[in-house]
Write a new protein. Structure first.
Length: 189
């Protein structure tokens, strides 16, 4: 499974290049209307060819990253996957109710986090010690709210609500609630 930080760094580069190409279209247009001797207009073939090129690049980025997003492949094959552990977590009155004080996970186990809300819409997010997010989901009362994940790096993770649920929601935080061990690689903070 690809790490979400790797996907993010690749997408930063790809979208920066894509954005610069689109900005160049605006520059081309601005130059053509500000030139001292007005050109006859934008030549249609190069202009529409350029637009087609931008569409091709944009679609290609999404096709190339489709199976690199960490959770996509597992979700597509979810019916055939046997979970190694299932953690039932409930949320009510702006508090988490965890199954254990610290949920310990062995490397490369398939973990299902089943989260339910008894009153409001909350968020359920797992965060590295440095504050970057591993994953998150919205937790809606009366709905199935679960996320399947496989960890490939040792680490200790915090849980926090990622959805606005009123002023008290900002305090929904469980420090060092998940520990992953047994991997060859450790998480960077």
């Amino acid at each position: 499974m690809t790490d979400s930080l790797d996907v993010l760094s690749t997408l930063k580069v790809a979208y920066t290049i894509y954005t610069l190409i689109i900005i160049s279209l605006f520059a081309w247009f601005a130059y053509s209307i500000a030139a001292e001797h007005k050109p006859k207009g934008i030549v249609r073939v190069p202009f529409y060819g350029y637009i087609a090129f931008l569409v091709f690049i944009g679609v290609s980025i999404h096709i190339l990253t489709f199976n690199k997003v960490p959770w996509v492949e597992m979700d597509l094959k979810r019916d055939d996957i046997k979970f190694d552990q299932v953690f039932h977590i409930s949320m009510a009155d702006h508090k988490f109710k965890l199954p254990k004080e610290k949920m310990v996970i062995e490397c490369e186990q398939k973990i299902l986090f089943e989260v339910e809300s008894d009153d409001l819409t909350y968020g359920f997010g797992l965060f590295r010690q440095g504050g970057t997010m591993v994953f998150q989901m919205q937790v809606v009362p009366g709905s199935r709210n679960d996320i399947l994940w496989e960890f490939h790096k040792n680490g200790v993770y915090d849980i926090r609500s990622t959805e606005y649920s009123g002023p008290k929601g900002a305090k929904m935080f469980e420090d060092r609630a998940v520990e992953v061990r047994g991997c060859d690689v450790s998480e960077k903070s």
